[in-house]
Design a protein around this ligand. Sequence first.
Ligand code: ZN
Ligand code: ZN
Length: 159
Amino acid sequence: MYINLSDLKEIGGKKEFNQELELNSLKFAEREIEVADLIEINLEVFNTTDSFLVKGTITSKLKLNCSRCLKEFIEPIELAISEEVLKEEMEDQSELFIDEIIIDNIILSLPMKVLCSDDCKGLCPQCGQNLNEGECDCEIDTIDPRLAKLKEFYDKKDS
Ligand SMILES: [Zn+2]
Ligand SMILES: [Zn+2]
């Protein structure tokens, strides 16, 4: 997607750019992230002496997989953008290609390990049950020693 800058020739000038961008997925290194909604782009471009300053927000929804319980979930995002593009690095100063700016900002906003929620309980290491959806019947050996006595007590009581 290009922002037309042919009407932003004046130093100190400013231009608003509001658009929706449709991308199905973002590829970055080995990561591929699915985009679940249009990417709403609300930017202002400022013409400074030797660069164009791009500021604003992008909002969308991403389809992510929790790295703890592996479940797919939708994560709404709203990112503040602030980028400076040097004029000497632009092939053509009458337009600005912004896809990379948008993709880089989204990818860099994501942690290496995304979680469906901060207190995601993950999967049972023995049976694979998603512990957010309920407890499983596995005996977990790593019992707090302070509780071990209590467990002994209840085990005796049951038998
Ligand atoms: Zn999770
Ligand atoms: Zn289990």
